[in-house]
Design a protein around this ligand. Structure first.
Ligand code: IMP
Ligand code: MG
Length: 169
């Protein structure tokens, strides 16, 4: 495994993302929808640094991946939010925007559930891999087409709790 993003690089970039989000939603309520499992570490670090915003938090799970590095293209929502989305300003927080299939499906669900607005924040973006049209409003790092692990991201449930992002060889 080769380190792609160090703990320090990630921390510094998250400070910047948190500041952008804080400025945008200053004095307002924001419902963060964290996508499990991959985004749990990113979301914990990001949302703790958002300042001056009343942040609420809920979780969803949607998956187009089995225990392999290839997307099946079939996205199913397997965990729905436990709170109402109606009229909320929503920020989806995910680990990585890859083909875009997952985020497109989740965003459509949240909008059809009555979200007043719906933005997307991802730690990583692999633009080369996109299959559907969707962009994130906040991107930590654009990376080339490598399969990465760590900082919440797994390969067959392994390596999620590394404090850095590494390329799996
Ligand atoms: P998409 O639907 O293809 O955009 O896939 C999004 C999801 O696939 C992400 O939220 C990750 O959980 C997973 N994923 C995509 N690329 C990687 C990777 O390089 N490492 C680990 N998980 C990945
Ligand atoms: Mg994920």
């Amino acid at each position: 495994m080769k380190v792609l993003l160090t703990e320090e690089q990630i921390k510094r970039r998250i400070d910047e993302l948190a500041q952008e989000i804080s400025e945008k939603y200053k004095g307002q309520e924001l419902l963060a929808i964290v996508l499990l499992k991959g985004a749990f570490i990113f979301a914990a670090d990001l949302l703790r640094r958002v300042d001056g915003v009343e942040v609420y938090c809920d979780f969803m799970k949607a998956s187009s991946y089995g225990s392999s590095t290839e997307s099946s293209g079939d996205v199913r929502i397997t965990l729905y939010p436990s709170t109402s989305i109606e009229g909320k300003k929503v920020l989806i927080v995910d680990d990585i925007l890859d083909t875009g299939l997952t985020l497109k499906r989740v965003k459509e669900f949240l909008i059809s559930s009555g979200a007043e607005s719906c933005e997307v924040c991802v730690l990583l973006d692999k633009p080369e891999r996109r299959k559907v049209e969707i962009e994130a409003d906040y991107v930590g790092f654009k990376i080339p087409n490598h399969f990465v692990v760590g900082y919440g991201m797994d390969y067959a449930e392994q390596h999620r709790c590394l404090p850095y992002v590494a390329v799996l060889s």
